[in-house]
Every structure is written in C-alpha cells, then in structure tokens.
Design a protein around this ligand. Structure first.
Ligand code: ADP
Length: 248
C-alpha cells in the first residue's frame, strides 16, 4: 500500500525533513508514526498524498510510483486517500452534511448518491442526527468525527491522519481510535501520526519512530522500550476495503 525507498525531502529553504527513509506498509495494516516535533512525520504524510514531492528516492502508493504522476493526475490519486487533520479543517459556514459531501461534489457524484453516501458516513461516526448542524454547534470530538466522515465518504482504501487527537482529551481520543480500528477491521489501511505516547502505549500496533528525518525504530508499540521486537509482515490482512462496513 505504501512503500518508501531511500526517500529524502529537502525543502526549498535547505531544511532536510526526511533522510533516506525506507518503509513498507501492507494493505490492511494500521500503523502509527511518532517522534518529536520536527522529526518529519507531517512531511511523510504530505509526500504520500502529493502535497509535497520527494527530493530523491521513490514513493510508491497502491502500486503507483508518485515520481511519475503529473500534476493534473494528482486529484485522481488523492481520491484514494482520506486525510484527517488535527484542526479538521471544516467549513464553519456550511452544515455538517455539506462538509462531508464536499469530496463527492468535487468528484461529480450524482445528487442522490451524495445523500446516500453522506448519511452512511455520518451514521458510521455516530452523527447522523447532526447533519443539519454547523460545526460551531458541535463539541471538539464531534467536529473531529465530522472530519473523519468527510475523509471516508468516498471509501478510500487508505486513511492518513495527522495528530487526529491533538486537541482531544484521553476519553475522546480513545473514541477516535476505536473508530479507526473499525475502519481497519474492514480492510482499510491507516497511517496515523501522533506524538501522544500514552495513547500509543494503549494501542498495540506497529509504531514507526522518526528522529531528525530518519526512521529510527519500527516495532510493535508494546515492545518499544522493552525489547526490540521488530515487526515484519505480521500485520497484513486479506480484508477487502471495498466492503467498508455499513457503506455500500
Ligand atoms: P513533524 O510533523 O514531525 O513535526 P515536519 O514534517 O512538519 O515534522 O517537519 C520536518 C522538518 O521540516 C522540520 O525541521 C520543519 O521545520 C521542516 N519543514 C516542514 N515544512 C516545511 C516547509 N514547508 N518549508 C521548510 N521547512 C519545512
């Protein structure tokens, strides 16, 4: 699903954000990306969804080498990736329904199909009754769930989340993680950047640790600090992302 081969990223100001990163995440895996602020986590996610380009090395997503993707093809690549941000980036002058519908409207789905899919996505995150609300009327946890509904509404096989629980208390964070696990259980691949170590300690997932642009550890979280149980292919899954639970 995600492959990095000797990937480096230098920003135009000369800042090296990634240095020769090698990585493979299988289809159906759920993995965390952690490390101190400035370690390169966001840059990694930006390379995957083509918000930035690698300076050298190969980024291969779903079998496609992103180095060879022309700018006009970027929207079609992004359609297969759901992005979730810490600040959720909702439109505050639009209803919850409209916010979740946005990716489908951009992709040109027919009106009826949009209604059906948006309600299925809102149902999945437990917010069906809030479709007419505006985000300002919702709590922080609910706003984040709207952001998640928007990310999954067109059933992408891959979800990327950048500090999705950064503004939430531990209880709400656990709820968001439970949602992610539900998507993973139906075969969706997830890569979640988080520096919330207490949260990661509770989850028993593969955790990639970044430091100064390098991948310095790749292990199951419970093993970090304890031993060096490096994970291999043990997280692969045969689930079918097309299934996507209640979405049909
Ligand atoms: P993290 O998400 O782990 O906090 P980032 O990927 O945001 O790390 O940043 C990695 C490094 O790249 C940092 O030193 C940061 O200052 C730098 N950086 C990030 N984005 C840019 C940019 N657009 N221009 C220049 N430097 C950047």
């Amino acid at each position: 699903m995600i492959e990095f081969a000797e990937v480096s990223k230098r920003y135009p100001n000369g800042q090296d954000a990634l240095r020769k990163v090698n990585l493979k995440i299988d289809s159906g895996e759920m993995a965390f990306l952690t490390g101190h602020s400035g370690a390169g986590k966001s840059t990694m996610l930006k390379l995957i969804c083509l918000m930035e380009r690698a300076t050298s090395g190969q980024v291969i997503i779903n079998g496609k080498n992103l180095n060879r993707i022309k700018s006009r093809k970027i929207p079609s690549i992004r359609r297969d990736i759901g992005m979730i941000f810490q600040d959720h980036r909702l439109l505050f002058d639009r209803s919850v329904f409209d916010n979740v519908a946005l990716p489908l409207m951009i992709a040109g789905y027919p009106h009826r199909e949009i209604g059906r899919r948006v309600r299925a996505a809102l149902d999945k995150v437990g917010l069906l009754s809030k479709e007419k609300s505006t985000p300002i009327m919702l709590s922080g946890g609910e706003q984040q769930r709207v952001g998640i509904a928007r990310a999954v509404v067109n059933k992408p096989p891959l979800l990327l989340a950048d500090e999705p629980t950064g503004n939430l208390d531990p209880e709400l964070s656990a709820e968001i993680m439970k949602l992610f696990e539900q998507f993973n259980q139906v075969g969706v691949s997830l890569l979640i950047a988080s520096h919330d170590l207490s949260l990661l300690a509770k989850m028993n997932y593969r955790t990639l640790v970044m430091k100064e642009g390098q991948l310095v550890q790749d292990a199951v979280e419970s093993a970090i600090g304890g031993g060096n149980r490096f994970s291999d292919d043990s997280f692969s899954s045969n689930n079918d992302p097309e299934n996507y639970g209640e979405f049909s």
